[in-house]
Write a new protein. Structure first.
Length: 62
């Protein structure tokens, strides 16, 4: 998993790797999967807008 709470340095150390190498791998992965992440972000933004609009309607109805 690329997104997590561990630092690149701690992951590298736990596997006996150089942090720069792991950082390069992470950067490459993120670049290759940027479109999928952008789609998730857009989908989440749309859902948030929908929920906010619904909340507004509910508050106005009270």
């Amino acid at each position: 998993m690329v997104e997590g709470d561990r630092t690149i340095a701690s992951v590298a150390a736990s596997y006996g790797l150089v942090a720069q190498t792991v950082g390069n791998w992470v950067a490459k992965y993120r670049k290759q999967h940027a479109d999928a992440q952008e789609q998730r972000n857009e989908s989440e933004a749309q859902e948030l807008a929908r929920v906010k609009a619904e909340l507004h309607k509910v508050r106005m109805g009270q």
